[in-house]
Write a protein that binds this ligand. Sequence first.
Ligand code: SF4
Length: 204
Amino acid sequence: MQSPFNLNRQNQNTESKIVVALERISEAFRVLLWNESKENALSPIQTQILIFLLFHSEEKCKVSYLAHEFNMTKATISDSVRILIKKELVQKLDNPVDTRSYIIGLTTSGKTTAEKAASFAGAFEKPLNALTEEQKEAMLSGLLRLIHDLNKAGIITIQRMCFTCRFYDKNNGQHYCKLLQTKLTNTDLRIDCPEHELKARNRH
Ligand code: SF4
């Protein structure tokens, strides 16, 4: 059987081992996020929303954007936002460009909770710091390509990475940002860039 979880195949196939390794990593994220959420009496998605609001600009802090970001329905995100409002962690703010929708903003106590929760993946730092620069560069390049391909296949939705940005250019293997007007090394490539603007052919 072709499954990467079939040990006979997996033990003879590098790609299968990577798939299984990524599954383990994703499980670790799930557990760490769950533990952090439990401490704050929140659900994992409520914690993710707080962290997202902490680090992203207002135009992205809307129910519809969050629904795309987390691959959930608007109804599910609205439910989470309602609970966060009840807990006085977020508030509805007027949207100056569209009166039919609102912006979700952190309250002071929401900001404190989000700042603490944002360290939920801290356990990854030490082992990653122990890698050589070459290992980190190879890992980042591989992951960026994988995310880009999964995005093109419609499996990962919203991306704010260089490869899907209208300012990204590549000449003779050299990455370049036309907005920052600078060459980008493999490790300069961004995975979540505040200046990202979607390339026309990536728009759905
Ligand atoms: S604007 Fe940001 S995402 Fe776009 S190419 Fe430049 S660095 Fe990359």
